[in-house]
Design a protein around this ligand. Structure first.
Ligand code: PEP
Ligand code: MN
Length: 347
């Protein structure tokens, strides 16, 4: 059961609710977001009707909702309207306008990012992606440029009016990544790194939560609940493909997961057709399909010279291919009542 408090509820009204919870020997989980505080009531087994009436009439309470799911605050039952997640000064995930993140798998050099940012901004992207801290299967593979990479991302994005999305691999890096980025990516391999999820829940920058390599949709939503429950209500989900038996594609991009997740949660859901397929030629058709399926945005790997990329070259689009993708997306977006981002500021 959750108790949704009115926006900007006074402390004494919240305290009255938590006192009653204590008096009833129930436990409460209080999630304080920037605007709204939500109280999760844990361990309610019977007498739901009485509790609904009791809490429903208290000052400061907007609604009391019984929720049977294992994830509660992020569930569709908890919130009637879709959550809009603000990123940077100008971007909103979950509205009519799609959010398009584009850039290399790894940040490799300042020049690489300046060239990429210029091209993706001109083509109509609104966020620059790029890994500065890379989760590589082999410890001997390129691990990323670290803080230098973050600086290059910020500089290139600012020059072209883009926001920055980049992965945070480790709790120890949250502060420095949050200093440079507008949106913090939790990679597929870290979807169930509960310590990382909890820490990201305690800081204010929005989070892009990739689906784990073999995570069910329910596990993915429970991971989102860790971040949201910590008080960070800026959570965006990303379907990036799951492992299956057929090696033909790198992963299986689960397009049905987009409308399924949107039916189960009020959070925005985007798609990653690059990791979802592993092949450049499949990125265009799967991007179109993801938007047609209702995705709130895309994250796409783009590289000025994919053949020389230090990671994920085979799935990276060239700069002209990305521009072509954006052109081809326009009518698809329109057909599902969405639109592409407004052109970035100083492209
Ligand atoms: C990435 O975005 O480059 C990445 C490593 O993604 P994932 O965590 O989905 O594999
Ligand atoms: Mn990659």
């Amino acid at each position: 059961m959750i108790i949704v408090m009115r926006p900007h509820v006074p402390e004494d009204e919240l305290a009255a609710v938590t006192s009653l919870i204590d008096a009833l020997h129930l436990s409460a989980h209080v999630s304080r977001g920037a605007e709204r505080t939500i109280v999760g009531l844990i361990g309610v087994s019977n007498d739901k009707e009485t509790l609904l009436a009791q809490f429903g009439q208290m000052d400061g309470v907007e609604s009391v909702v019984p929720i049977s799911k294992s994830y509660k605050l992020v569930s569709r039952e908890a919130r009637e309207h879709r959550t809009l997640v603000r990123v940077g000064a100008r971007i909103v995930f979950g509205g009519e306008e799609l959010a398009i993140c584009a850039g290399p798998c790894s940040v490799e050099s300042r020049e690489q990012l300046l060239t990429t940012a210029d091209a993706v901004a001109r083509a109509g992207a609104n966020l620059l992606r790029g890994g500065a801290f890379k989760p590589r299967s082999s410890p001997y593979a390129f691990q990323g440029l670290g803080v230098d990479g973050l600086k290059y991302l910020r500089e290139a994005a600012d020059l072209h009016g883009l926001a920055v999305v980049t992965e945070v691999l480790d709790v120890r890096d949250i502060e420095v990544v949050a200093q440079h980025a507008d949106l913090l990516q939790i990679g597929a391999r870290n979807m169930q790194n509960f310590g990382l999820l909890r820490e990201l829940g305690r800081q204010p920058k929005p989070v892009l939560l990739k689906r784990g390599l073999s995570a069910t949709i329910e596990e993915w939503l429970m991971a989102a609940e860790y971040v949201y429950g910590g008080g960070n209500h800026g959570v965006i989900l990303c379907e990036r493909g799951i492992r299956s038996f057929d090696p033909q594609t790198r992963n299986v991009l689960d397009l049905a997961a987009i409308p399924v997740a949107q039916s189960l949660t009020h959070l925005p859901v985007i798609a990653d057709p690059s990791h979802g397929t592993g092949q450049r030629a499949l990125v265009l058709p799967m991007s179109l399909a993801a938007v047609a399926a209702g995705a709130d945005g895309l994250i796409v790997e783009v590289h000025p010279n994919p053949a020389a990329a230090l990671s994920d070259g085979p799935q990276s689009l060239t700069l002209p291919l990305f521009a072509d993708l954006m052109r081809r997306l326009t009518p698809i977006a329109r057909a599902v009542d969405r639109r592409l981002p407004e052109p970035a500021l100083a492209a």
